[in-house]
Design a binder for this molecule. Structure first.
Ligand SMILES: [Zn+2]
Length: 205
């Protein structure tokens, strides 16, 4: 089957615990001598098999790297890995999973080679919030309930607050950010604003 590696943890000696997202499951698998295995990197898509072994963690076997073109460009790899780390923390101990998450990674990893990686991750993140019913659509501050003026502050989880309620916020035009939430496109948002949105995303899902 195929999946994305979201997290790697060293176990005893050179063994690794590998967490892999597939269309239906978020697996935690054991790989002997995984640290020597140059395929195993966070964010990569692989083909693999699972060997069950009683009460112990199932074994990860017959791994094949399904390479994407973005992997030759380190900055893209780095941003993609940060997104995968975030997704791992978000899904944590979930075992059965909706296909949405795999599809999101599959589609975005295909176009990562050609797009600004922070824009791509920001767009993917907003799609995820919408899928989970957590995307903010209100014209009022989530803290005090007052109606927004022209500017809004963007906070963790991409919730929107008024400028009175948040001390060190990322501030943007309300119209631009609500358009982004609606269309999932950052076309009207500058690279520096996109970096601010991306940094807010890294605070956690
Ligand atoms: Zn407020």
């Amino acid at each position: 089957m195929q999946g994305f590696i979201l997290k790697l943890t060293k176990s005893i000696k050179e063994d690794m615990i590998v967490k892999i997202l597939t269309t239906k499951h978020y697996y935690t698998l054991y790989r002997f001598y995984g640290a020597r295995h140059n395929i195993l990197y966070t964010g990569r898509k692989i083909d693999f098999e699972i060997e069950h072994q009683g009460i112990h963690l199932p074994k990860l076997r017959n791994i094949m790297h399904l390479a994407r073109n973005y992997e030759k460009q380190l900055e893209r790899v780095y941003v993609w890995q940060q997104f995968c780390n975030l997704l791992d923390r978000h899904l944590q101990d979930t075992k059965e999973i909706d296909q949405f998450y795999y599809n999101l990674l599959n589609q975005h990893s295909k176009i990562l080679e050609k797009q600004n990686p922070k824009r791509l991750v920001s767009s993917a993140y907003v799609k995820l919030l919408e899928f989970e019913g957590r995307l903010y659509h209100e014209n009022i501050c989530f803290i005090c309930g007052n109606t927004f003026q022209d500017k809004v502050a963007i906070t963790q989880g991409l919730l929107l607050a008024c400028l009175n309620c948040v001390t060190a916020p990322v501030i943007m035009n309300k119209k631009d950010i609500l358009d982004f939430y609606e269309t999932k496109s950052l076309i009207n948002i500058s690279d520096s604003e996109c970096t601010k949105i991306y940094n807010t995303i890294l605070l956690g899902l």
